[in-house]
Design a protein around this ligand. Structure first.
Ligand code: NAD
Length: 476
């Protein structure tokens, strides 16, 4: 085992005592990295009690004072970028470049948190002579963040610097599949001067999440993960009268028109479907080919074949994920789809025990096939043919998800109806992974998001604070 067994980070120190543990296995080569505790409501209560004791001091500091911690933390993230990236590669399986990019994104959100004193200040106005109204954005208390395996550093950082910078005490429950970098973030936050218990890590799976949803002293909870679990968590947290925001899974459609730039479109589509081995909620897993775009499809296949498994294409998270993804490909083929590039049975040289699926392009997929409707979460592009833009939009609109959609064309007049009528929260025009950069917020629609607002950007300020309105009259 490469690292010592992980412990929860409660009250500024690591604490064991969980009855059950789970192996943490590297998807890169199947090796044992560590073991993670499977916490229960008991450990959640210990963390909440600790956070509640730390809250008054932290919340009582000014926004400017709190933001100083994040200036220092940002420098530490930058200084430790390569080490963190190596850790993410080991526990998640993505390539080193992809891991590095995710740390850079975490740094970007931390920079946004450094700017909170400039953008989250209150407002004041004299509303009638001698009468003043003031609005202040104050913290809400002890809060929680539950995150998925696919971005072990970036997704936790959608919430860590913002929720903390705004004066809350945060308990993170990272994915049990990729839990190691969360403890490293806790160490760096401590090095940056964050007081003990303001940020804590409770490891585990379902039982830990249920403990967080049920604990009466947790005021708000954000979740990022699959739609199935997002629905469960959102329903349970709100039934317990908590503020909740739950980001779910996705099925993103890229609509390619015949006039699109061949080279640029192909490289962009391949990057979108195969980046992070297709394990991104922004991945293009369905391409809607409008009319004759065969030259673009040929180029997509050429570029997909050029990817090198284990080098430019990382691993998928578990052996079960590999089997599930390959099952989708086989089912589509049996139902009549044409597998143009086949990634089944891929092996990475030197990492024969790792979990790999090669780049896969499947043509003639019909909208009723599972591969067209469900989130595959692997490096697989399903091509669905459509006669015109209206038919393409019908396919996009029929998906219950709504994270992202994109259009490829050189014609702004043709792009416009697709931008306006796609039922998704994040739209790309000649951009296959249309992730809004800070200070714009990240968030989908429909079954890709439950609750109100985006998880980053300005609406995150509203989510992690409550507004206090003070009306004052002063005698002349
Ligand atoms: P997941 O839903 O399996 O797990 C997410 C979290 O929920 C983990 O911390 C896990 O421990 C916990 N969990 C799992 N089962 C649970 C249960 N029954 N009850 C309570 N908690 C439970 O997701 P994953 O496989 O780790 O991540 C991949 C998914 O996340 C994909 O669907 C992807 O699209 C989605 N995702 C969405 C976004 C977004 O912003 N919309 C971003 C990243 C990932």
């Amino acid at each position: 085992m490469k690292y010592s067994p992980l412990e929860n980070v409660i009250g500024g120190s690591t604490a064991t005592a969980c009855a059950a543990e789970l192996d943490v296995v590297s998807p890169v080569d199947g090796s044992l990295l560590s073991r993670v505790p499977l916490s229960t409501a008991c450990e959640v209560t210990a963390a909440v009690d600790s956070a509640a004791a730390a809250y008054e001091d932290w919340a009582g500091r000014t926004l400017k004072e709190r933001s100083q911690v994040f200036y220092r933390y940002r420098s530490l993230l930058e200084k430790n970028l390569d080490d963190l990236a190596r850790l993410v590669r080991e526990e998640n399986g993505k390539t080193l470049d992809e891991a590095r990019a995710e740390i850079v994104k975490a740094i970007e959100v931390t920079e946004f948190a450094c700017s909170l004193p400039q953008i989250a200040g209150g407002e004041v106005m004299e509303v009638s002579p001698g009468v003043e109204c003031r609005v202040a954005h104050v913290p809400i208390g002890v809060v929680a963040s539950i995150t998925p395996f696919n971005f072990p550093v970036m997704v936790p950082h959608w919430t860590i610097p913002i929720a903390l910078g705004l004066g809350n005490c945060l308990i993170l429950k990272p994915s049990e599949l990729t839990p190691i970098s969360a403890n490293r973030a806790a160490e760096l936050l401590q090095d940056a001067g964050l007081p003990d218990s303001v940020f804590q890590v409770v490891h585990g799976g379902q039982a830990a999440v249920e403990g967080l949803c049920d604990h009466p002293a947790i005021a708000a909870l954000s979740f990022v993960g699959s739609t199935r679990v997002a629905k469960i968590v959102y329903a349970r947290a709100t039934a317990n009268l908590k503020r909740a925001l739950a980001m779910g899974g996705a099925k993103n459609h890229l609509i390619v028109l015949p006039d699109a730039d061949r080279e640029m479109t192909a490289s962009n589509v391949v990057e979108s479907m195969a980046g992070c081995a297709g394990q991104r909620c922004m991945a293009a897993s369905a391409m809607v080919a409008v009319a004759d775009v065969d030259p673009i499809i040929d180029e997509i296949c050429r570029q997909a074949r050029a990817l090198q498994v284990g080098r430019s294409l990382g691993a998928v998270i578990t052996r079960a994920a590999k089997d599930r993804i390959e099952g989708y490909i086989t089912a589509a083929e049996s139902a009549g789809a044409k597998v143009l590039v086949d990634g089944r049975g891929a092996v990475a040289e030197g990492c024969e025990n790792g979990f790999y699926v090669g780049p896969t392009v499947i043509d003639d997929v019909t909208p009723d096939m599972a591969i067209a409707r469900e989130e595959v979460f692997g490096p697989v592009l399903a091509i669905i043919r459509a006669a015109d833009i209206d038919a393409a939009l019908e396919i996009e609109n029929s998906s219950p998800y709504g994270n992202a959609a994109a259009v490829y064309t050189r014609d702004g007049g043709k792009a416009r109806p697709i931008v306006e009528q796609s039922s998704a929260g994040m739209i790309g025009v000649n951009v296959g992974v249309p992730v809004p950069r800070e200070p714009f917020g990240f968030g989908g629609w429909n079954d890709s998001r439950f609750g109100c607002g985006d998880i980053t950007g300005r609406s995150s300020i509203a989510f992690w604070t409550q507004s206090k309105k003070v009306t004052s009259r002063w005698a002349p």
